[in-house]
Design a protein around this ligand. Structure first.
Ligand SMILES: Cc1cc2nc3c(=O)[nH]c(=O)nc-3n(C[C@H](O)[C@H](O)[C@H](O)COP(=O)(O)OP(=O)(O)OC[C@H]3O[C@@H](n4cnc5c(N)ncnc54)[C@H](O)[C@@H]3O)c2cc1C
Length: 234
């Protein structure tokens, strides 16, 4: 049993574990103790695992922005290859809806200072970029058992978006043999396409028939995201 150490860290969450790793890399003999059954079992395991750059302090923004680069080379950073696969970083970007107690201008000033790319969206852009979202402002949160919970929204929300990576190209497959792209021009992002014949009544992926239209975006890190829609032409 270990009875001595140069440093004792109480708590083996992400903060205690990271501190222990960095201290031990500097040759410090570290002992980490935790009252839970293992490492990272409290807030750390509850995390949504998103690298959130939106913080109200410079230290928070700078640390999260720097951590993104560590996550991108996580195995190299740890110096460890796990055959079962370590936690991996999925590039996805993040949207923070406007809330009154997190002033957007304060965050964007810190993004400017750190060099963190961001976009500020109004409600129209939010609805365009996040299909199906209700942009109504229902703040503050209400108890579901209260009458106020069913109040109509007051005003509409914008958002700040921190993309991760950049789109290199878009490609369309209209399902009728025609394709468009790769490219990033406005004509490729929002193309006009004419189907020259009614859509087939049986199409794999389209219940009830239609043209299976596929839109794909490729980023600068080899990532790809696609979405499909069935278009019925009569
Ligand atoms: C639902 C949820 C979602 C989140 N999503 C995100 C996200 O997407 N992105 C993000 O960046 N952050 C997110 N967070 C925040 C993030 O999870 C925390 O900021 C982070 O995990 C805190 O790490 P920590 O090491 O300080 O705390 P913890 O992980 O809670 O670790 C503290 C450890 O200390 C131990 N401990 C406490 N007291 C004692 C004691 N007296 N003796 C011994 N051990 C003790 C506890 O058992 C625990 O293991 C989220 C948090 C929650 C709850």
């Amino acid at each position: 049993m270990v009875t001595t150490a140069d440093a004792v860290i109480i708590g083996a969450g992400i903060v205690g574990s990271s501190t222990a790793l960095e201290l031990s890399r500097r040759g410090v003999d570290v002992l980490v103790v935790d009252k839970a059954g293992g490492a990272g079992m409290r807030s750390t395991s509850a995390s949504s695992a998103i690298i959130r750059f939106n913080h109200s302090t410079w230290e928070g923004v700078a640390a999260s922005w720097e951590s993104k680069f560590r996550w991108e080379e996580w195995e190299d950073y740890l110096g460890y290859r796990d055959l079962n696969g370590l936690a991996r970083f999925h590039r996805c970007g993040k949207i923070l809806l406007d809330v009154p107690f997190i002033p957007r201008e304060r965050m964007t000033a810190l993004f400017d200072r750190a060099g963190t790319p961001y976009e500020v969206w109004d409600a129209d852009m939010l609805a365009k970029r996040v299909s199906g979202i209700d942009t109504g402002c229902f703040f503050p949160p209400k108890r579901v058992v209260s009458d106020e919970f069913f109040d109509d929204p007051h005003g509409h929300l914008g958002a700040s978006y921190t993309p991760d990576g950049t789109v290199k190209s878009y490609v369309w497959d209209f399902g009728d043999g025609d394709t468009l792209g790769p490219g990033t021009t406005a004509a490729i992002q929002s193309p006009a396409h004419t189907f020259s014949a009614p859509s087939p009544t049986t199409t794999a992926g389209c219940k009830g028939g239609g043209y299976l239209v596929t839109f794909s975006a490729y980023d600068d890190d080899g990532g790809k995201a696609s979405t499909t829609k069935c278009v019925v032409v009569t």
